[in-house]
Design a protein around this ligand. Sequence first.
Ligand code: MN
Length: 334
Amino acid sequence: MTEELYEYIQKTSTVWVREQGQDIKVKDWIVPVWEEAREDWDAVLLGVPLSRSSISASAASEFPKAFRKAWELFTTYYFDEQVDFRGYKVGDLGDVKMHTTDILKCHDNIERAMKSVQQQFPASFVASIGGDHSITAPLVRAIQRKNPDKTIGIVQLDTHLDLRDLSQGPTNGTPIRQLVEGNVVKGENVYNIGLHGFYNAPSLIEAAHEHKVNMISLKQLRSKGIAQQIQEVMEQLSKKVDIVYLTVDMDVLDIAYAPGVPASTPGGMRTDELFDILFEMGKYPIVRAMDFVCIDPNRDNPALSTVKATTYAFLTALASRYIHQRKAVQQLSI
Ligand SMILES: [Mn+2]
């Protein structure tokens, strides 16, 4: 492992005592990358603890810690598919180093950290844990700069378009605008799924039309069915792009399921729908990275509904990748 990797990333102190045996928990399965000399991680995990850039007051910067803490509540056995996915190798990189007050410096650190992750682990799937949604712009920018000859598409699960103009600087309301206007991703290669209700102003809808962003409402998703809708989106994207980035703003969930997300709203997605979407997305190896953003563990309920839902979502995405990769290998060897 190069020194360079830890120029913009810090090792985390919330490391579990890992146990081995027949019955293991997620905390026993995810390994700090500095503890195991391995280059071929199936996935690496990057904490991105920034929330000064959130429009609504948010302590989403505390989420990576709360997320790691939740690992003791889940096993590596996925009952729905009757599979233990502990064979999928996941390394925890730690958290991006942040400046105390300077948001632009933080975004620069995120981009540099992601670039060194791409450099070090080019074949690994990258799961970033926010932080607020502003982190997506530097994360995707890093992938694009590392792969200048490749075209990137985005599947965005969100209640909002995140196409606000930059007059207030980069925030969790601007990442898609930044990526589109910065020519990192074309609007036509962005698919926003989960829009609903009264939360996007007409000027933002106009911006979406102008940039040809694909808008798929929650209603449309439900009437078409999740499997069908995701298949259509991924078939379209596979013809146009080389890499797909999946960004999950947990405010896509209904406020009843996600009390710990500052901008969650009534009328949003149910957790089972989110898990089904992530399971479907796991079928496509073209998806190379994902993030989960905007979870503030300090405003979650005492039952930790939101922290647990996000951890469940993360595990579903990885379990599905494991299951489908294994299927692909089995088919090759027949
Ligand atoms: Mn968002």
